[in-house]
Design a protein around this ligand. Structure first.
Ligand code: HEM
Ligand code: HEM
Length: 181
């Protein structure tokens, strides 16, 4: 795949990156505020909002990946050791993978619980597994555990790496993703 020559991401890639960042803050705030979902939990407005925002993140990630496939990353920043470029790529693709897998697991689990998944009241997502269908009960736990114990630590590492480039190495890696750079 080719590389962008000017050493920064496209405006669209930056906008989508920061949109996902903002949506994830909202999504975790909702997830940690909403009632814990058990067998007899009613579908409250906050739970429904968690579903809508989650589906929105899913749609944005699909658009983002389509953009990524057609607009390669900028050429590696001068002087950055190859192991850092490689580990950055691995973390980026793990983040994409998680942001696809999490909404799907949540969607399966909502279907399994018999909860309808509406997108902000505009349309209803299809039910993808039977209510209490055998074999799908684990999806809720895995969804919640992946979000809290895998996605969040990876984002922490990613942000720490960006700050390390900005304030320790003082190179231009952070600027690659900042608006107006
Ligand atoms: C990237 C998007 C998403 C993130 C980061 C996320 C995050 C979370 C987190 C952290 C929890 C645990 C809440 C707690 O501690 O009680 C949770 C629970 C849950 N989420 Fe999501 N979620 C996302 C998308 C979705 C979507 C799209 C749906 C459904 C369409 C969904 C359905 C659920 C359900 C049903 C639970 C309860 C699972 C259980 O405890 O059995 N989530 N989510
Ligand atoms: C304060 C928060 C954040 C900062 C400072 C930040 C910074 C950056 C920077 C500087 C890059 C470019 C790296 C490079 O050129 O090698 C980048 C790329 C990326 N970031 Fe973040 N980021 C943040 C939050 C997030 C979050 C929350 C996610 C998603 C969970 C995320 C996912 C990604 C992905 C997937 C890429 C790769 C882009 C591509 O090449 O397709 N970032 N980020």
């Amino acid at each position: 795949m080719g590389e962008r020559g000017d050493g920064t991401y496209t405006g669209t890639a930056k906008a989508l990156h920061w949109l996902v960042f903002a949506l994830l803050i909202v999504q975790f705030a909702i997830a940690w505020t909403m009632p814990h979902i058990g067998r007899n939990t009613p579908l409250t407005a906050l739970i429904s909002l968690h579903f809508s925002v989650g589906v929105l993140i899913f749609l944005v990630i699909i658009i983002r990946l389509a953009w990524r496939m057609t607009h390669p990353e900028p050429r590696p920043e001068e002087g950055v050791p190859p192991w850092q470029t490689t580990s950055a790529r691995i973390i980026h693709w793990l983040l994409y993978l998680l942001l696809l897998a999490l909404p799907v697991l949540g969607w399966i689990n909502a279907s399994w619980r018999g909860m309808s998944v509406s997108f902000f009241g505009l349309f209803v997502m299809p039910k993808i597994v039977a209510t209490r269908g055998a074999g799908w009960g684990w999806t809720g736990d895995v969804h919640a555990l992946l979000a809290t114990y895998v996605l969040l630590p990876l984002v922490g590492l990613h942000v720490a790496a960006a700050l390390y480039h900005r304030f320790v190495r003082r190179d231009r890696v952070m600027q690659r993703m900042l608006p107006g750079m």
